[in-house]
Design a protein around this ligand. Structure first.
Ligand code: PMV
Length: 331
């Protein structure tokens, strides 16, 4: 057994996942389609040791709180059951970007955790099994195992065996850029699981949202295949706005946006009207991600920085899937 460090990147969905068809197995109610980013990174170091009597989890160099440790432990339990091992592990995980602020730190975190755990035990599980375990830990996490353009299948089976992420197109097929406008560094106050359950239980448009998912996936896949920016912009903004409208229609409504989020939506649409190839997407937080063609990125970044309430911007290209790092460890 070795100490292994893995790197994974967050992903952002262009066609959104919001809602579960099974909460125990964490099965999504919708398909989703994402891009994996570079620049933002989770590094996770895993060491299985017969001397440990429980998993030990550190987040950003400090002992993790009970809730975080329990999620990591549950993910490792699923891994251990499939791999047929009983040894506990020490886990050191760190992010070079804000944790739990709508930047998908749980996705990169679980993808890195499972990649490191599997390598530490010399790969008892295949990528499909890791994708299923990652999805059980966090609905969007399986997507961060892969680079470029990725699909997460909703699946039909009640055991979740057909609900997994897989690569759709490599990053080099269409190397888009992403400018992230950070409008708050605070952690979100309603986690995605709680938000999804509340939405499914109370939002009047729930059924329409679920029914729309397959058609949006089809349209987005065709647009990416043909590198049709206008078509991708149309369907991705529609999926994002429909998800937020759905959340807002819950009772009480969920509102993840702040004033700058709305200013940014208007700014990005204005920029597109002037001919710049850019569209927005927003997750369960107030940050706005502007997806653009590389030649538009400098102008987009300058325009977003000037919007009141924008604290800073981050630039990303499309990134690779989760992988082993050659750095010694993250402690
Ligand atoms: O994986 P979770 O449970 O954090 O859910 C992610 C939900 C959204 O980010 C809002 C949408 C998505 O598909 O990533």
């Amino acid at each position: 057994m070795h100490t292994i460090t893995a790197i994974a990147h967050p992903n952002i969905a262009l066609i959104k996942y919001w809602g579960k068809r099974d909460t125990v197995r964490n099965l999504p109610a919708t398909h989703s389609l994402s891009i994996t980013l570079n620049t933002l990174e989770t590094h996770t170091c895993v060491n299985f040791s017969a001397e440990l009597s429980a998993d030990q989890v550190y987040l950003n160099k400090a002992l993790a709180d009970d809730a975080f440790s329990a999620r990591v432990g549950a993910c490792l339990d699923g891994f251990r059951t499939l791999a047929g091992v009983h040894t506990f592990a020490s886990v050191h995980t760190s992010n070079n970007f804000p944790t739990a602020a709508g930047l998908a730190s749980s996705a990169s975190g679980f993808a890195a955790l499972l990649t490191a755990a599997n390598a530490a035990l010399e790969s008892p599980l295949n990528l499909r099994q890791l994708a299923i375990l990652a999805r059980e830990a966090s609905g969007s996490a399986g997507r961060s195992l892969f680079g470029g353009y990725v699909i997460q299948h909703r699946g039909q089976h009640s055991d979740g065996s057909d609900s997994y992420a897989e690569a759709l197109f490599p990053a080099k097929h269409w190397p888009l850029e992403v400018v992230i406008a950070i409008t708050s560094e605070k952690e979100k106050n309603i986690g995605s699981t709680e938000g999804m359950l509340h939405t499914a239980a109370t939002a009047p448009y729930w059924r329409a949202w679920v029914d729309r998912s397959a058609a949006d996936i089809q349209a987005a896949t065709a647009a990416i295949k043909q590198r049709d920016f206008a078509a991708l912009a149309e369907v991705a903004e529609a999926s994002c706005l429909a998800m937020h409208a759905l959340m807002q229609s819950a009772r009480p409504g969920l509102l993840y946006w702040n004033a700058a989020t709305i200013e940014l939506i208007h700014k990005i649409r204005q920029l597109r009207a002037t001919g710049l190839a850019v569209f927005f997407t927003i997750d369960a937080g107030p940050q706005v991600k502007a997806v653009c063609l590389p030649e538009a990125a400098d102008k987009v970044e300058a325009a977003l920085k000037a919007v009141p309430g924008v604290l800073r911007t981050l630039r990303c290209l499309l990134g690779a899937g989760a992988r082993i790092s050659n750095d010694a460890n993250t402690e």
